[in-house]
Design a protein around this ligand. Structure first.
Ligand SMILES: [Zn+2]
Length: 571
């Protein structure tokens, strides 16, 4: 057994982490988040904390989380106040709110094209490094879209606390929101606690379950690894559509592939004889307990009944429905929690924590990722994956072609990928200037291609989670049919594009219910180029036009990597 799959039972969960399993640090915007926004303030007497700020920050400090202020102060570049005045303002902030472990200030204005001014991610990376951690282990709290764009582009988590000046589209696009700074802190601490077991345990053979498609299986990976770290053996029950992803997951010793009629969208009728065979198969795994992972709209109870019939003694699952005696651990999760954390919280409720040496991010078995196909030896290309398992979440072909054209025109090498049934689509899209690999890529081959990409441009579909698992930045063309904070690429640098407030929002539609598919049809391909640049992806082609510094500020229809500045606050 390769090291990646070896059990590391009886570890001390959380040891070696200063804050907790999920986060080491909280990065806070200054104006409008910690203190009232007084434009270009150089006067310490005008510092007014937002209500409850001191108590909220003290709770984060008590929980072992490090704190940094991450703030744009273009008033320095514009000469509205001096560095000395700013230092006095910051001294006053600490007098009122207590000490911060770091202060990160961008003194530039938009014209400078620096890498630190939010929405660029540079300041967040600097803050994380200064605190001895990485951006992925930080959560950013801010009051405008720039803060959230910077958080996502850095691979950090983000919580938006809107003020009266926060735009509606910024609220709609945020990965998470809270009404007040205090509520944001409540949420951070709740998420930290949710993935730590109250009663840690070890186990023999555990059956873990995640039916549904590839993306669903990939986002459950951290939860499965948490169980695997404390079990002698893990058997994964998955459906046919998730099988390829299951083969890529670390921590799984055996896979049972079986469609479940209460989960699969194209389910056939229940066949009593086949169901009896499933009960026998479940019993034959030798598992004495099961952890049943589901999406919020799926019920674990039909399977729990079959698990009882198969003789499993302990069953854990998330269920709002009354489970009677079907569940030993009935766990409940608020809506909107990122799917990987939802899975980790169920594992924790069942008694299993991710060990300290493992990060709460998506991962694949390194040995399962093949080399890229011939012709893609040089890494750094941009992959455009136009299709989706659900048409409501796919980018219209003409928009995808426009994206390929713009990226190729800017000097990027573009590769277009798609499944066997998407050859027509990828041929059409790649004709705009990309290499067509449509039909040549199952999930495993796609992993080999994405692993060496500079970025993946993709809708809300399985390959987005594949990129997250490979640590490859994602330009997410996200149809808002489900919450972005729950289903967006997890802990990987990401730019979210598409109209977050389109009428399909939260409909969970598989086919777009709105004429014209406006959430993605209105997307400006230029916004994807800006996004790739915001993510810092070089063209990798010496003869190509330079990608140029980040700093293009212009409005885009259908969402923008770069929210236009200028609300008079100077931030
Ligand atoms: Zn800067």
């Amino acid at each position: 057994m390769e090291p990646d799959r070896r059990r590391s039972a009886r570890v001390d969960p959380g040891s070696g982490r200063s804050g907790g399993v999920l986060f080491d640090a909280v990065l806070l915007d200054r104006d409008g988040t910690l203190i009232e926004d007084v434009p270009y303030n150089g006067d310490p007497e005008k510092v007014r904390p937002v209500p409850g700020a001191r108590a909220a920050l003290d709770r984060l400090r008590a929980a072992g989380l490090r704190l940094a202020v991450v703030t744009n102060q273009s008033g320095l570049a514009r000469g509205y106040f001096t560095a000395g005045q700013m230092a006095r303002v910051h001294a006053r902030v600490e007098e009122l709110l207590g000490p911060f472990d770091a202060w990160l200030v961008c003194p530039h204005d938009d014209e400078a094209g620096c890498r630190c001014r939010k929405p660029a991610p540079g300041l967040l990376h600097a803050a994380a490094a200064g605190l001895g951690t990485t951006a992925a282990r930080c959560v950013m709290v801010g009051d405008i879209g720039r803060d959230m764009t910077a958080a996502l582009a850095a691979g950090a988590s983000g919580i938006l606390v809107p003020t009266p000046v926060t735009r509606g589209e910024e609220v709609a696009a945020a990965p998470g929101t809270a009404a007040t700074l205090t509520a944001a802190v409540d949420e951070i601490l709740r998420r930290q606690r949710a993935v730590v077991p109250a009663a840690p345990r070890t186990a023999g053979t555990v059956l873990v379950v995640r039916s549904d498609s590839a993306g669903d299986v990939l986002v459950t990976g951290p939860g499965i690894r948490a169980v695997a770290a404390h079990a002698e053996r893990v058997v994964l029950l998955c459906g046919p559509r998730g099988r390829a992803a299951a083969d890529l997951l670390p921590g799984v010793d055996e896979i049972v592939e079986w469609p479940l009629e209460w989960i699969d969208p194209d389910a056939g009728p229940v066949d009593p004889e086949r169901t009896r065979r499933l009960v026998d198969r479940l019993a034959a795994t030798g598992a004495d307990e099961a952890v049943v992972f589901t999406s919020f709209h799926q019920s674990p109870l039909p399977l729990a009944l079959l698990l009882r019939m198969a003789g499993l003694r302990r069953v854990s699952a998330i269920s709002d429905d009354f489970p009677g005696s079907l569940l030993d651990v009935r766990h409940r999760v608020p809506v909107g929690v990122p799917e990987p954390e939802r899975a980790l919280s169920l594992a924790a409720a069942a008694g299993y924590a991710l060990p300290a040496h493992d990060q709460p991010r998506l991962r694949l078995r390194p040995d399962a990722v093949p080399p890229p196909p011939p012709g893609l030896d040089r890494p750094g290309y941009v992959v455009v994956h136009p299709g989706s398992s659900a048409s409501a979440r796919a980018c219209p072909p003409e928009v995808a072609a426009g994206i390929v054209r713009v990226l190729a025109g800017a000097g990027y090498r573009v590769v277009v990928t798609g499944g066997p049934d998407e050859r027509g689509l990828t041929a059409r899209v790649a004709a705009a200037g990309g290499l067509d690999l449509g039909g040549h890529t199952g999930l495993t081959e796609l992993a080999g291609i994405v692993a060496r990409a500079g970025a993946l441009v993709v809708g809300n579909t399985g390959p987005a989670h594949l990129a997250a698992a490979l640590g490859v930045p994602v330009v997410s063309l996200f149809a808002p049919t489900v919450p972005f904070g729950q289903w967006g690429p997890y802990r990987v640098p990401t730019v979210r594009l598409g109209d977050a407030d389109a009428p399909c929002r939260d409909t969970r539609a598989v086919a777009c219910p709105v004429p014209g598919h406006p959430c993605l049809a209105g997307l400006d391909p230029g916004a994807v180029l800006d996004a790739v640049r915001l993510l810092g992806v070089p063209t990798g082609r010496p003869d190509a036009p330079d990608a140029g510094p980040y700093g293009v500020v212009r409005p885009h229809a259908g969402g923008s990597a770069v929210p236009a500045g200028g609300r008079g606050s100077g931030r």
